[in-house]
Design a protein around this ligand. Structure first.
Ligand code: EPZ
Length: 418
């Protein structure tokens, strides 16, 4: 068990480089194993334990997976020789369920454990399963596993409930080698979905319309390995924008696609932060004096992302006035109890948080409940007076590459104690 210690109260200054997008990488790593010809070589893969877990799942299925000396990830799908994913690995991370789409596409059968409970609420996979069924798979749930069989998946027209990101990704993977054309209506429009489509098309797939609510996938017989570089992580970039804002800092965030952060940028500007777009970079400067409060509702892309709700709430704890934040995607307010321990004035009612800004937060021991909550507590700690101890840091390690190193480069006092 380790913990992060943060001595707060210093504005962040300097520049940092954003890593590859974790959620894009998770989808693309699985999709890479669709190739039966050649190998995929993936660049800009962020380090983090979720990436480690997905690699282990593929290895367990017989896929060749290894990093070379330049940190590029090689995936050789031709050796895939199993159709049952390991419970011990799948239970660690929900994105493991993408292995179901892969296995159905590659071998026509899949036995994948249902991912269990999650710190951000009940997260079933019923939409994924409904999609597989529409494509002709016979699905049963037995002994905690989804067992699906389809000699070859058939193209189909599928309505994606709630524009689910994971369902869209899983069905794109499955449909890329199905017989006939699949149309995903109400598909997710997240940049990670677009990244996956570009990657699949590079492998020889025929995916059109990614980034809109209707994605058309014409199945092909086989896919080949390619080299590909993952897009920058918009959530990591957004987290640093909020970190600069809450600490009264002035930083340059490099390797970022500003368009992917359109709404968070608008909200930061509403709060009084100055954001200047550069060449693949964003310069962010907090105002003199306190931030202004903002009201936000989380929504599927291009709306305000649920993964930045927590950094936003943390930041609004120090605004001058009251902010109202409505979370519509997940049950994601458990961490506010920890912010209250640092002096925040937050009330939650069902999916809404009312944040009355206070002039100061104070450091405290706090517990990380989920990945993005970890980022939020860390940035609150950066602005707080005194020392914060963050417990449960292994949760943060799931999805932020070089988190402490990047913050230290910006002048923060942050270190890890085992
Ligand atoms: C993805 O989760 C991301 N994970 C999440 O990031 C992100 O918060 C979320 O999309 C929303 O943007 C990955 O990409 C690996 P959904 P996902 O399916 O795909 C309900 C992080 O911290 N639903 O779009 O699981 C679901 O419960 C993570 O990096 C069902 O009911 O999200 C939610 O309320 C956390 N049944 C809503 O739909 C299903 O079968 C949208 O979820 C699927 C989803």
């Amino acid at each position: 068990m380790s913990r992060l210690i943060i001595e707060g109260g210093r504005p962040l200054h300097g520049s940092i480089e954003i890593s590859g997008a974790k959620n894009s990488a998770l989808a693309i790593i699985v999709a890479a194993a669709l190739a039966t010809e050649g190998e995929c070589i993936l660049d800009n893969i962020p380090q983090g334990s979720d990436i480690g877990t997905i690699c282990l799942i593929l290895q367990d299925l017989g896929v060749g997976v290894w990093f070379d000396d330049e940190d590029r990830l090689h995936i050789r799908g031709s050796s895939l020789n199993k159709h049952t994913a390991s419970y011990d690995l799948v239970r660690k991370m929900r994105a493991s369920f993408y292995s179901a789409g892969l296995l159905l596409a590659r071998v026509g059968k899949a036995e994948v454990p249902l991912p269990g409970g999650c710190a951000i609420g009940s997260r079933p996979v019923d939409y994924h399963i409904k999609g597989f069924t529409h494509m002709g798979a016979e699905v049963t749930i037995e002994h905690g596993y989804m067992k699906a069989v389809a000699n070859r998946l058939q193209g189909s027209q599928i309505y994606v409930n709630r524009a689910s990101v994971g369902t869209t990704i899983n069905l794109m993977i499955a449909a890329s080698m199905a017989e006939g054309t699949t149309i995903l209506e109400n598909a997710a429009k997240e940049p990670e979905v677009v990244d996956l489509a570009i990657f699949l098309n590079g492998m020889g797939a025929k995916v059109r319309g990614a980034g809109t609510e209707s994605i058309r996938i014409e199945g092909v017989d086989s896919l080949r390995g390619i080299e590909y570089s993952i897009i920058p992580d918009r959530i990591e970039a957004g987290t640093f924008l909020f970190a600069a804002a809450i600490t009264g800092g002035d930083i340059l965030v490099k390797s970022v696609v500003a368009e992917h952060l359109r709404v968070p940028i608008v909200k930061l500007e509403e709060a009084g932060v100055t954001i200047t777009r550069g060449d693949n970079a964003l310069h962010v400067a907090a105002p003199n004096g306190r931030l202004k409060p903002v009201d936000v509702e989380t929504l599927p892309y291009p709306g305000f992302p649920t993964d930045l709700q927590q950094p936003l709430v943390a930041t609004m704890c120090l605004a001058e006035g009251t902010s109202v934040v409505r979370e519509t995607i997940f049950d994601r307010f458990r961490y506010v109890d920890e912010l209250r321990r640092m002096g925040a004035d937050i009330k939650t009612d069902q999916g809404t948080a009312i944040i009355r800004g206070v002039p100061q937060l104070t450091g405290a021991p706090v517990e990380i409940t989920d990945l993005r909550a970890g980022a939020a507590l860390a940035i609150a700690a950066l602005a707080a007076e005194g020392r914060t101890e963050l417990y449960g840091v292994e949760i943060l390690d799931r999805g932020y590459e070089f988190f402490e190193e990047k913050l230290r480069a910006l002048g923060a006092t942050i270190y890890r104690e085992d």
